[in-house]
Design a binder for this molecule. Structure first.
Ligand code: G3P
Length: 217
């Protein structure tokens, strides 16, 4: 399973990248706004900076909701860097635009996906990635990981090439369960990635080893 980081924060991207386990980055308008980025040029420059930091796909989301506007925005985003993936919402014009991008060799990430039906449509349009938001599904008292399992099983049965990118990850347990469910990618906040490191027996064991090592010096 590939690891993407779900942030537009450059320090956090650097920290995850320095671990050597980072395969890509996803952003969305909320994450970009959180960094205080304002205006077209600043937005474009920020995506460029991220692409220069991480050697892997970087999802940049369109702001438009109509076919022509999505295509125009997507072409501009794709021109920033070869690793840009155009992130498009799961709406009627979004699906139409994803098909256009597919036909024109531009990779896409279909976002705001909450059901297997939506994931089938994204795959039919040729999306490179589909992003089911598992944390938000859990928030509405459904099981987000079950939706991942269902999409993975449908894609395998049908031979769809779209990669399942589990998004809206809220905990290390989400990452473990998505790996078990066969997700191709997890896009996670830095805290969830670092949470995978934690186990009290590791801390206790290390303490003992360090103290025994010291006694031998
Ligand atoms: O990539 C989409 C994801 O960032 C949404 O996460 O935590 O806002 O539901 P969240």
């Amino acid at each position: 399973m590939k690891f993407f980081i779900d942030t537009a924060n450059l320090a956090q991207i650097k920290e995850a990248n320095d671990l050597g386990i980072l395969d890509g980055v996803t952003t969305n308008p909320t994450l970009m706004a959180k960094e205080g980025i304002k205006g077209h040029d600043a937005i474009m420059q920020h995506y460029k900076t991220i692409c220069e930091m991480v050697d892997g796909p970087v999802s940049a989301e369109v702001f438009g909701t109509e076919f022509a506007g999505i295509v125009e925005e997507g072409k501009k985003l794709a021109a920033i860097h070869k690793n840009i993936v155009v992130k498009v919402p799961m709406i009627k014009d979004g699906i139409k635009a994803i098909k256009w991008f597919t036909d024109n060799g531009i990779p896409t990430n279909c976002t705001l996906v909450f059901s297997a039906g939506q994931a089938i449509l994204a795959a039919k349009a040729g999306a490179t990635y589909v992003s089911p938001f598992i944390g938000r599904i859990d928030d509405s008292s459904w099981d987000g990981v079950q939706v991942i399992e269902q999409i993975v099983s449908i894609y395998n049965a049908q031979g769809f090439m779209t990669e399942v990118l589990a998004a809206s990850i809220r905990s290390p347990l989400h990452i473990v369960r998505c790996a078990e469910a066969g997700a191709d990618i997890c896009t996670c906040p830095l805290s969830s990635i670092l949470g995978l490191l934690k186990h009290p027996l590791t801390d206790l064991g290390l303490q003992q080893f360090l103290s025994d090592a010291k006694s031998m010096q």
